[in-house]
Design a protein around this ligand. Structure first.
Ligand SMILES: [Zn+2]
Length: 254
């Protein structure tokens, strides 16, 4: 089945099951169901940040703060069924890495369909963070059980403006899942900055409900995406993204 057909199925399954999925996760934060489609059989562990994103990174540090407390990523997976994880998301990631490999950003750009898919991929990461944060809030696990490779990642999470009231957390979770079922991301195209990078190191910043920055050193590509903010022009978004990256790298002492 083609990727586009798989994504049609993915959106259909999300729409059909979103109420059940969100209700189940809210009722029991650590429930074992596919967080995308609600399937309870053939479950796998879906990494919040896919391993291929940072596998070739040699220099890794881990910086993450939520509510001024250091956080660990010992629960850095969420349950997903084999079909959503391997077949659909796996195929989406293969498609994107292929594009990242072959599009030379010095003289080409991505077409609209590819931009939709990059945005979907970044929205999926955001949704997984929402699920992860909810599970972690309940589990309150201390700084043990690091997953070694993820424990050394250069992650900085900034959640200064995050409203932690339960109803807000739940509606954010619901909206993050709903967003995945929208096919066209056209109104958000200006919110995605795709940059060419020669930085040899992997960098990652994520701010829930706000933005994500992923530097994919192995593909010479950096992505900055504003989850909520819309921009009249791409230049406006790019300028703000640059400002944030410079500020946060300064904070992280890079
Ligand atoms: Zn599923």
């Amino acid at each position: 089945m083609s990727l586009n057909k798989k994504l049609v199925e993915f959106r259909k399954k999300i729409r059909a099951n979103q109420t059940k999925v969100i209700t189940s996760i809210i009722d029991e934060h650590s429930i074992n169901i596919c967080v995308f489609c609600g399937e309870t059989d053939n479950l796998t562990r879906e990494h919040v940040i896919p391993q291929w994103v940072y596998e070739r990174c040699t220099k890794r540090t881990f910086i993450t703060t939520i509510n001024k407390n250091a956080q660990t990523y010992n629960k850095a997976t969420v349950p997903a069924c084999k079909n959503c994880n391997n077949s659909i998301l796996g195929e989406l990631e293969r498609f994107l890495t292929h594009k990242f490999n072959y599009v030379d950003l010095r003289d080409e750009y991505f077409i609209n369909d590819e931009i939709n898919k990059i945005i979907l991929w970044l929205e999926i990461i955001e949704y997984k963070f929402h699920v992860l944060n909810l599970r972690r809030n309940l589990n309150k696990v201390q700084g043990v059980e690091y997953i070694p490779y993820i424990g050394k990642m250069p992650i900085a999470m900034f959640q200064g403006s995050l409203d932690q009231s339960p109803s807000k957390v739940f509606s954010n979770l619901r909206n993050a899942l709903k967003t995945l079922a929208l096919k066209s991301k056209v109104i958000k195209h200006n919110s995605l900055c795709i940059l060419s990078t020669t930085n040899p190191h992997f960098h990652f910043f994520h701010s829930t409900n706000n933005f994500i920055f992923i530097e994919l050193a192995q593909y010479n590509v950096a992505l900055f995406y504003f989850y909520k903010q819309e921009f009249a022009t791409y230049a406006e978004a790019a300028a703000l993204a640059q400002e944030i990256v410079q500020r946060e790298y300064g904070v992280a002492g890079k």
